[in-house]
Ligand binder design. Sequence first.
Ligand SMILES: *Cc1c(COP(=O)(O)O)cnc(C)c1O
Length: 475
Amino acid sequence: MNEKLRYLPAVHKVQQNNQFKNIAHQVGNERTVTSWLREEMDALRQILLTNEESQLETTQQMEQFVLDQLQKKLEKFRNGNMRRIINATGTILHTNFGRATMSESAIEKIIMAARHYTNLEYNIESGERGSRHSLVEDFIIQSTGAEAAMVVNNNAAAVFFVLKAFAEGKEVIVSRGQLVEIGGSFRISKIMEESGAKLVEVGTTNKTHKYDYEDAISEKTAMVMKVHTSNFKTIGFTAEVSLKELSDVAKNNKSDILVYEDLGSGAIYDFKQHGVGEEPTVKEVLKNGADIVSFSGDKLLGGPQAGIIAGKKSLIDHLKKHQLARVLRVDKMTLAALEETFSTYVKGEHLIKQIPTVQVILESKESITERVRQFIVDLPLRKWEATEMDDVSMIGGGTMPEVSLPTTVLSVNTGPAPAQLVLNKLRTTSNPAIAARLKDGKILFDFRTVSDSESTYIKHELLKLENEFNTDETV
Ligand SMILES: *Cc1c(COP(=O)(O)O)cnc(C)c1O
């Protein structure tokens, strides 16, 4: 038995400490804080049992240790689990950071839908029950040229739904070069298995020809599926069959074979016109002969998490009536944000650029450089050094991996203070947390993904940390 255990403070004694009372008061519930205290006492017991070198000797030291732990718990409790992050990584659609940020008008509409009753499934004209699909369908149609559209929870759900509804027990032909895995957890082959459709792989990883598809078509073929390989690119000796050719193959062989393209990102705005990537717009894909397409709401569209399914009216009608439509349906706040996002695309060019995702992708290097320079002028560092540096931003979210956008980053040399340590502090002690990158011992902040108001936090935090580390040094 460890001697030190004899000095463990009693729970009821700690409860009488003013610091404990103060924490309990701030939480507003003493029972919660008492349960935290019990957890911390257990943890302390473990430390005493396993850590010979522990400096905790007296009851008073132990009591203070436990109270300090409770204070930390209080901070966490106050901040909540979901916290704001300032994304200075330069990755625009960062999947770990929740992908797209939304336009002000979309945010306002979400608040409206959350705060008030709405006509979610109510036809105001007739005073009768309505359909939630109709809230966004018109705008999707107008911005994609599709005959009809509907929305599900995310694009993974959309892929599953389309396969299940149109190809269960039948065959789906996919090129080997397109059997992708997205984000480590989404595999076309697995989703296909879950849906009950049978995958027929054709071609090789680098080459698939028109005749490969033609040879694979049988009585059991329900669909030819094209997967937009958005998160990797095969280069060099490659061949892919265009959607137009696929559509011809399907139509020539058997009129009821569907052509489906899982677009992944799904651009409504034509980024190609600005020399950014080669992503076809949803409109172009539908024009080229896809019967049905699906794409994400929170990638290039710049809206909420959702899966948009668009295409032939007869097919969409079938999906709307399917039992799974109810299982995969989205909530009112998602619909509110989607309606607002799609309608912005319909309203015109100058408004489209107010969608943050579009705006951030299109911001010129010159404009970013100017913001970084102004920031450096306004940053009165004493020991550390801030300079500008050429770098590239990524789109992220598995979107346009081949595209790197030229940018200017703020590079901070923290001198004797270890950059990794400063980087960790920016993330863990700052609120909002600040996520930046480390390169060659310097901390890089890409201002492409940082707004002017957010850069104020970065400034404040850098000055604070510089001061903290300098003080540490002199101790
Ligand atoms: C991102 C992506 C998905 C998954 O979309 P989520 O909206 O994340 O569910 C599916 N297919 C492709 C090709 C993708 O790029």
